[in-house]
Design a protein around this ligand. Structure first.
Ligand code: NI
Length: 137
C-alpha cells in the first residue's frame, strides 16, 4: 500500500537573477526587477512529497519528524536568511531561479532520503508562482 506524505517548510532568502551569458541590457530585459544588483528577498515555501509503502508496524511511510529534521538540517540551515548568490556554494555559478533552487533542493534531499522512497519538491517563490521538480508530465 503506497501512500504519499507531504511536509511544508519555509525559508527566507535573498537573490539576484543574472546570467553571465547575457549583457546588462539583456539581463534587465529578461529578469526585470529580479536583476536588481542590490538583491531582493523572497519568502519561499517548500513542499516535499515522499511516497512509499506504509510500514505495517508503525503505520508510517516516513516519520514526519525525521523528514522535518532532514529538511531543516540540510536545506533550511543552508538557505534560510542567506543571500543565495553570495552565501551558498550551490548558487555561486548557478542562477538562483525557483527552477534551479528546486533542482538543488531535490539533489540535496536525494542524498539524505532512503532510496526506497520516491519524492518530489514544490518551491513557491510567491503565492502565485511555484515550480515542481521532477517535472510533471
Ligand atoms: Ni526574485
Amino acid at each position: 500500500m503506497r501512500v504519499s506524505v507531504y511536509r511544508k517548510e519555509h525559508f527566507n532568502a535573498a537573490h539576484r537573477l543574472h546570467s553571465n551569458s547575457l549583457n546588462d541590457l539583456e539581463n534587465k530585459t529578461v529578469f526585470g526587477k529580479c536583476n536588481n544588483e542590490n538583491f531582493h528577498g523572497h519568502n519561499y515555501e517548500l513542499v516535499v512529497r515522499v511516497t512509499g509503502e506504509v510500514d505495517p508496524i508503525t503505520g508510517y511511510v516516513i516519520d514526519m519528524k525525521v523528514l522535518s529534521d532532514v529538511i531543516k538540517e540540510f536545506i533550511l540551515n543552508k538557505f534560510d536568511h542567506r543571500n543565495l548568490n553570495l552565501d551558498t556554494e550551490e548558487f555561486k555559478n548557478l542562477n538562483p531561479t525557483a527552477e534551479n533552487i528546486a533542482v538543488v533542493v531535490w539533489d540535496i534531499l536525494s542524498k539524505q532520503l532512503d532510496k526506497k522512497y520516491t519524492f518530489k519538491v514544490w518551491l513557491y517563490e510567491t503565492e502565485r508562482n511555484f515550480v515542481e521538480y521532477p517535472a510533471a508530465d
